[in-house]
Design a protein around this ligand. Structure first.
Ligand SMILES: Nc1ncnc2c1ncn2[C@@H]1O[C@H](COP(=O)(O)OP(=O)(O)O)[C@@H](O)[C@H]1O
Ligand SMILES: O=C(O)[C@@H](O)C(=O)COP(=O)(O)O
Length: 425
């Protein structure tokens, strides 16, 4: 393995696995595998980039640090030379953590002198300018992310946000330096007084310059965009190769599960509901025990073949109301468990295609599905929409998954994902 990634959630892991497998040009993609948690056995020798999916974004700080260090040590054992800590392109975290503490622990373990933080992902509208994060041209804290159920992002100044989370001083390599290219970036990094440095980037060209500048960096942190230019550093001088695995498509029963409350996902649910059966989970009913796994499974069975969708997703007012009654963590845990139980049953009863919306929700579902299949590595198939590939789990009787970040995907994402999973392209 050459590049090792520690991703703080499952959708983020599939996003960066997609970037590394795809490459900028088909010939510079790496043979990439995504792992559900840190494996206990060595990886296949042909894998060049290994992406470990953790569920550490909203875990207690000590747990997130311990899980990340365990992942790092396994990746080191597989021979990785460069490590990426992947977090969300909207820098999802609270003032108390976890990005700062995890980055600090990884940097110390690797004796990294400088660590870049760059969540930019311009293809999906995430840009970093003068240390401020924008989503589709809006400041992060005015983008809808200020209403996130678990990590409300109330400040677009990520230099300041990161500083709340760490003792390290936080510097900046600004956009005018980035525009001068990789040598200027490397020189600015070298000169910076601070160990932690926010990296501006507003285009893929900027990210490619960053990739070149970071060719010798031990640890890099960011969204999937920062990985764009990295495979080239490892492939330079080798013969061209073709990326990824060959995915030919899988037919069979399908189900869609949505737990994201983002505006994009709620819009996608509305579009899907126009021509497909949908089931809105009554969240107070989940809390009282009136909504059961069995009810959701019966809905899927009754609408088999019609791309049925079950969702808990609610408006910011719905989310606030239920959280103030029961507490944020209790609600999230109950919903995660419900989705995981449903997914396990689906996997065990012959469902072949499962689409999930939401990072935490995807973590719960993907863990349950891979456990049901013996926790194999997931291989990376075609990209459905930017940042969301088809994932194939298991070899002899594979199940395909799409783990969609709450905010990603076109309005017709759900139907499109199921079509691509079946057609293989
Ligand atoms: N109606 C709801 N009310 C409160 N919380 C909810 C509701 N629906 C989902 N959630 C919780 O909101 C969180 C959404 O996070 P996640 O799945 O990561 O989505 P995203 O990708 O948008 O961040 C999950 O913890 C989920 O359990
Ligand atoms: O970087 C991103 O935006 C995504 O890869 C990501 O991390 C997804 O997180 P969720 O929005 O919580 O699904």
């Amino acid at each position: 393995m050459k590049i090792g990634v520690i991703a703080d959630d499952f959708t983020g892991a599939s996003d960066i696995a997609n970037t590394l497998a795809k490459g900028v040009e088909p010939e510079d993609g790496l043979q990439t595998a995504q792992f559900p948690g840190t494996p206990t056995a060595p990886a296949d020798k042909e894998i060049e980039a290994g992406v470990i999916s953790l569920k550490s974004r909203t875990a207690p700080v000590e747990e997130a640090v311990a899980d990340s260090l365990r992942a790092l040590r396994w990746l080191k054992d597989q021979g990785c030379q460069q490590f990426i800590f992947k977090y969300c392109s909207t820098f999802d975290s609270t003032k108390e953590g976890n990005i700062g503490p995890v980055a600090e622990a990884l940097a110390n373990e690797l004796s990294a002198q400088k660590v870049v933080f760059c969540p930019a992902f311009p293809t999906t509208g995430r840009t970093v300018f003068q240390g401020h994060l924008f989503v589709l041209g809006k400041l992060l804290n005015e983008s809808g992310m200020e209403n996130h159920p678990l990590t409300p992002m109330t400040d677009a100044n990520i230099r300041r946000w990161l500083h709340y989370q760490t003792e390290e001083a936080v510097g900046l390599v600004p956009i005018d330096t980035v525009k001068q290219g990789s040598e200027a970036i490397a020189a600015a990094l070298q000169k910076a007084d601070e160990r932690f440095v926010i990296g501006d980037a507003i285009s893929d060209e900027d990210l490619l310059a960053w990739g070149e500048a970071l060719k010798d960096a031990k640890l890099i942190t960011g969204g999937s965009g920062i990985a764009l230019g990295l495979p080239r550093n490892f492939l330079r001088g080798t013969s061209p190769k073709s990326a990824g695995s060959v995915f030919t498509g899988i037919a069979g029963p399908a189900a869609i599960l949505a737990g994201s409350c983002s505006g994009a996902t709620r819009g996608q649910i509305d579009v899907h509901a126009e021509s497909h059966p949908t089931f809105a989970i009554d969240v107070p009913g989940v809390m009282s025990g009136d909504v059961t796994t069995q009810m959701l499974l019966e809905f899927f069975e009754a609408h088999s073949g019609q791309a049925p969708l079950v969702y808990s997703s609610g408006s910011p007012d719905d989310v606030r109301a239920i959280q103030s009654q029961f507490g944020q963590e209790v609600v999230a845990e109950k919903l995660d468990n419900l989705f995981a139980d449903v997914a396990r049953e689906l996997a065990e009863t012959g469902y072949k295609r499962i689409v999930v919306a939401g990072g935490e929700t995807s973590g719960a579902v993907a863990k349950a599905v891979s456990e049901a299949l013996g926790s194999p590595a997931m291989s990376i198939g075609p990209e459905i929409d930017p940042g969301v590939p088809v994932l194939s789990v298991g070899k002899s009787e594979p199940i395909v998954l799409a783990l969609k970040s709450g905010n990603f995907g076109a309005p017709d994402f759900f139907a499109k994902a199921l079509r691509m999973m079946e057609a293989g392209k």
